[in-house]
Design a binder for this molecule. Structure first.
Ligand SMILES: *Cc1c(COP(=O)(O)O)cnc(C)c1O
Length: 364
């Protein structure tokens, strides 16, 4: 298989040095390995702008969804109720989890190209005192819309609710001050903006919340509380951990810091995203989400006309070394272009030249 550049929201293009870390076999109970876990846990707290007195990091095996589900399992007890704000497939997935687990919930569902209305959230919180938790996806990867985290956090905190944020596709690529926003559980994973490889997720959890959650989980393996207790002891994971992935992730964090931390990475991602958006527009391919709501992570594009074939387009772009992402909307034909990962100006210009070629822009 050729070494493609992935323009997807993860797994994404990683550095050779991150991949190299996976060439060594490591033992789960070895002290050196446990120290890698502990280092990751404390570095993630720094990236989130929180202190070890108030917050902890829990790593969880599996893809990002497993970590979201572990939070839903553990943070909500039998008498709790979640207000779940949805404007995309990942929010809807959390609603599905609530149904499976048997959590009381109220879904505030918004069109996929719109922001939730803060007044509506306030009114739901006012009218339903049973609600204890507010849950939202930060960057809805379904479309690439960036939800108004600050406003939602402010209203959730004004009502003293526990705040759960799925920041899977934004953490590490967008500055999030977890403590200032009062986020109680922030969830992300190894293979998104920190630019590691897939295999585990992580939760930045407020200690005084997590400590109250013993016995809540209806699942053994997704019990975030038990996972924390074991891991917090000395860095040993409760069950077999993805050792190769953990080592690669540790390297990926170091490389994020070398790049200049989250602000520098965010600036690169923003530049990538804006450049693609503007060059695609010039080529006649327009974004589905308006510019002010667009995340610097991934964008959804409308098919340029009724003759456009995504399969044909995808194959053409792939033969030139880039892999795009299909759309996830049912009512309109779209495709997606991710701009996170080890992707710089050169690759962005190459990609846009290929799109121009395909669209016949150069021939005109
Ligand atoms: C990637 C992603 C997830 C998790 O997806 P997995 O396929 O389980 O890793 C959850 N929420 C959002 C917003 C995501 O972008």
């Amino acid at each position: 298989m050729t070494d493609y550049k992935l323009l997807t929201p993860g797994p994404l293009t990683t550095t050779a040095s991150v991949k190299d870390m996976m060439k060594i076999d490591r033992c789960t109970w070895d002290d050196e390995y446990k120290r890698i876990t502990q280092k990751i846990r404390s570095q993630l707290l720094e990236l989130a702008h929180v202190t070890e007195d108030e917050y902890t990091t829990v790593l969880m095996q599996g893809s990002g969804t497993f970590s979201v589900e572990s939070v839903m399992q553990t943070a909500l007890g039998a008498s709790d109720k979640a207000l779940i704000i949805t404007n995309g497939a990942y929010g809807k997935r959390i609603v599905e989890m609530a149904k499976y687990i048997g959590i009381h919930y109220d879904e505030y569902s918004v069109d996929f190209n719109l922001h939730p209305d803060i007044a509506e959230i306030r009114s739901r919180l006012e009218n339903d005192p049973m609600i204890t938790h507010v849950v939202m996806v930060h960057c809805e990867t379904t479309t690439g819309i960036l939800n108004p985290l600050e406003e939602v956090a402010t209203v959730a905190k004004a009502f003293d609710k526990v705040l759960i944020i799925d920041a899977m596709s934004s953490f590490g690529g967008i500055e999030i001050n977890v403590e200032e926003l009062g986020i109680d559980y922030l969830i992300s994973s190894a293979n998104k903006c920190i630019q590691g490889v897939p295999g585990f997720g992580f939760v930045i959890a407020k200690l005084n919340q997590l400590k109250q959650c013993e016995g809540n989980a209806r699942s053994i393996s997704l019990d975030l509380y038990e996972q924390w207790k074991e891991m917090n002891h000395d860095g040993k994971w409760r069950y077999t951990s993805p050792t190769h992935v953990v080592a690669a992730f540790s390297k990926a964090i170091d490389e994020l810091l070398d790049e200049g931390g989250v602000p520098a990475r965010q600036a690169r991602y923003e530049k990538n995203n804006k450049r693609i958006r503007s060059r695609f527009a010039d080529a006649g391919i327009h974004a589905y989400i308006s510019e002010e709501k667009q995340s610097p992570i991934i964008a959804t594009y409308l098919f340029p006309d009724e003759f456009f074939s995504f399969t044909d387009f995808y194959e053409y772009v792939k033969t030139k070394g880039f892999v795009l992402y299909p759309g996830k909307l049912t009512e309109v034909d779209t495709f997606r272009v991710g701009n996170i990962g080890e992707i710089y100006d050169t690759e962005i210009e190459q990609l846009c030249d290929i799109i121009d070629e395909y669209m016949g822009v150069l021939a005109k």
